[in-house]
Design a protein around this ligand. Structure first.
Ligand code: ZN
Length: 196
């Protein structure tokens, strides 16, 4: 199993709508790598576009079971929503408050190409909404409650993490620099489909 490279905010693939993942394209090694990368990076969800593969497939866990959803669609949701903290492996070092439906019903295919439906609430419902957004080029900061974005830094006195409120503009300039210094050559070298 491989550890896949996670692209960060500013990379164009994160803003593309991912293409349907056709049954005859499904690559089990890639799905194993996606799950493995999610666990290795201590994530609870990872969508293929985050590893520069613009296809409709995501991995998620509710810390008990793991889930692979291919071509997922939210077909129903509760009227009620809850605001909670979210972060993203593609926007490391930041968090924000995001409102998500409490309960959703998702239609998808499994790695064998079989259709299934999942009704879920709480943490997994939140994770799936976050990851399905990735498949549509949407990031959690697009849905963040106004003024709730914070930058996380280590307290120099070793007393935990400092949550410093930041403007979206500051977050953008933070990643713009990183992207241009670390990611540009990587992006130029690889095509989004090379890994599939
Ligand atoms: Zn994310």
């Amino acid at each position: 199993m491989k550890l896949l490279d996670i692209i960060t905010y500013g990379h164009p693939t994160l803003r593309m709508k991912a293409a349907d993942y056709h049954r005859d394209e499904i690559n089990h090694n890639f799905i194993d790598d996606l799950l493995n990368t999610m666990y290795e990076k201590d994530g609870i969800g990872l969508a293929a576009p985050q590893v520069d593969v613009s296809r409709q497939v995501l991995a998620a866990t509710d810390l008990q079971n793991e889930y692979i959803l291919i071509n997922p669609k939210i077909i129903a949701h509760s009227e009620s929503s809850t605001v909670d903290i979210e972060g993203c492996l593609s926007i490391p070092g930041f968090q924000a408050n995001v409102s998500r439906y409490d309960k959703i019903v998702v239609k998808a295919q499994d790695p064998e190409g079989k259709n299934f439906e999942i009704t879920t609430r709480g943490l997994l419902a939140r994770v799936l909404q976050h990851e399905i957004d990735h498949l549509n080029g949407i990031l959690y900061i697009d849905r963040a409650e106004p003024g709730s974005v914070v930058r996380l830094t280590d307290d120099p006195n070793n007393e935990g993490t400092i949550h410093k409120p930041v403007l979206l503009k500051e977050l953008q300039s933070h990643f713009k620099e990183r992207y241009h210094s670390e990611r540009q050559t990587d992006f130029q070298r690889r095509t989004p489909l090379e890994i599939v």
